[in-house]
Design a protein around this ligand. Structure first.
Ligand SMILES: Cc1cc2nc3c(=O)[nH]c(=O)nc-3n(C[C@H](O)[C@H](O)[C@H](O)COP(=O)(O)O)c2cc1C
Length: 152
């Protein structure tokens, strides 16, 4: 069955490991007949949440006009949301935090996003795999809040 997949990357380095893994994932997904919308958060203008709670009340996801408004419709339409990012200082890169925080807009805006699948692709330098904890936790807990199922 063909699925709509939103891929959200969080790395400013275009020729690095996480983009290579992202591109490999997209190539296989498209070969299998899925449609992919990719959003490179770290190459866009995207800030944090202002907590104004006016999400979707002005005809767009966020009342503050930045590039989150480009990805929000793709997230809403997607069957699966895939986050890709490296580990930065034991956590997620700052550039993708704005996207993660603003998933809250889907709740405030009353969007029906329950039941999506969510996945994470990440890379790091250390050999200790617990370094991924700081990347997994915010993605897994955010997915849980939205009633999305982590698939890997
Ligand atoms: C600002 C910054 C912080 C990093 N912090 C960590 C870290 O805490 N632990 C780790 O294992 N690797 C860390 N790394 C290494 C990257 O996670 C690793 O090199 C990764 O492959 C980079 O992804 P990229 O090749 O897609 O750019 C850091 C790299 C940068 C640039």
């Amino acid at each position: 069955m063909s699925r709509k997949i939103a891929v959200i990357t969080g790395n400013p380095r275009k020729n690095g490991n996480s983009f290579a893994m992202t591109e490999a994932f997209i190539a296989v997904a498209e070969k299998k007949g899925h449609s992919v919308t990719r959003f490179d958060a770290a190459l866009k203008k995207i800030g944090g949440c202002h907590a104004c709670e006016t999400c979707f009340k002005t005809g767009k996801a966020c009342s503050f006009n930045d590039d989150f408004n480009e990805i929000a419709p793709a997230i809403i339409k997607a069957d699966s949301v895939v986050f890709t990012m490296p580990v930065y200082r034991c956590f997620i890169p700052a550039q993708i935090k704005g996207v993660i925080d603003r998933l809250f807009s889907l709740v405030v805006g009353g969007k029906d996003v329950v039941g999506k699948k969510c996945s994470l692709i990440s890379c790091c330098e250390e050999n200790d795999m617990t370094v991924f904890d700081g990347v997994k936790m915010p993605i897994e807990r955010s997915a849980e809040l939205l009633k999305w199922t982590m698939t890997g």
